[in-house]
Design a protein around this ligand. Structure first.
Ligand SMILES: Nc1ncnc2c1ncn2[C@@H]1O[C@H](COP(=O)(O)OP(=O)(O)OP(=O)(O)O)[C@@H](O)[C@H]1O
Length: 220
């Protein structure tokens, strides 16, 4: 199993309730999983745990058989530069770098840069004409596609995405989702995505719903 979440419980420092309560699920290689839940239900909190950006109060998260809740900050950031890629709502592009350099950044830092793969991802996301521009010279939707290309350039084993198509119109959103699902199929990576959209959740292989701090499988 690529990812195993076992009995994860979490309460934010100073919080008065457990945001996650005994959450358990598994994600296999090549699987696409959508996570839905009301605003404030804890979706981003869970995503942060899966990215080893935060540690749960209790429980364990195994990635490739390794418990990632116990990693040092350095080991966790190495993991995010090699096997786990993230697409957040804030794109976190580097303003001083061109689109091409932004796309290649994490793959280069993680020593996983492959020029022809990066070119393919850039082309498939419709960004080839924009590679010489800077983030401030492209639209919000284009910036979002650059953030997705940067994540995919890493050829991650696990792609974690928080509302990855939130800034795109319906057509562009459907196209980017199709591309992400194609890439899951082509590369065998797993996709775990947070969405508010029932239509997007229905296109993923599995659908989890977070409510009252607990995750249950939703039939789509
Ligand atoms: N660092 C923090 N410290 C204290 N409380 C927090 C912190 N981060 C989130 N929370 C609280 O934890 C709960 C879950 O937040 P989270 O951001 O995970 O929800 P979400 O489901 O992703 O929401 P949305 O759909 O609005 O993005 C909320 O009540 C939020 O206020």
């Amino acid at each position: 199993m690529l990812l195993t979440v076992k009995g994860v419980t979490h309460r934010h420092p100073g919080g008065t309730r457990d945001v996650l309560r005994d959450v358990s699920f598994e994600v296999a290689r090549g699987e696409s999983v959508a996570l839905t839940g009301e605003s404030g239900s804890g979706k981003s909190t869970l995503l942060h745990m899966l990215a080893a950006l935060d540690h749960p109060l209790r429980g364990c998260i195994e990635f490739g058989g390794q418990d990632i809740t116990a990693l040092s900050d350095k080991a966790a950031s190495q993991l995010r530069r090699s096997h786990i890629a993230l697409v957040f709502q804030q794109f976190n592009l580097v303003p001083a770098l061109s689109v091409a350099d932004n796309i290649a950044l994490h793959a280069k830092l993680g020593q996983r840069f492959d020029a022809s793969w990066t070119e393919e991802v850039t082309a498939r996301l419709g960004l080839s004409e924009l590679v010489g521009r800077y983030p401030e010279q492209i639209s919000g939707g284009q910036q979002q596609r650059v953030a997705i290309a940067r994540a995919l350039a890493l050829r991650p084993d696990l792609l974690l995405a928080d509302e990855p198509t939130g800034n795109l119109d319906e057509t562009a959103s459907a196209e980017v989702l199709r591309l992400m699902l194609d890439l899951v199929q082509d590369t065998g990576c797993a996709l775990f995505l947070v969405t508010h959209s029932a239509a997007i959740a229905a296109r993923c292989a599995s659908h989890l719903h977070l409510s009252g701090g607990q995750v249950r499988v939703q039939s789509t």
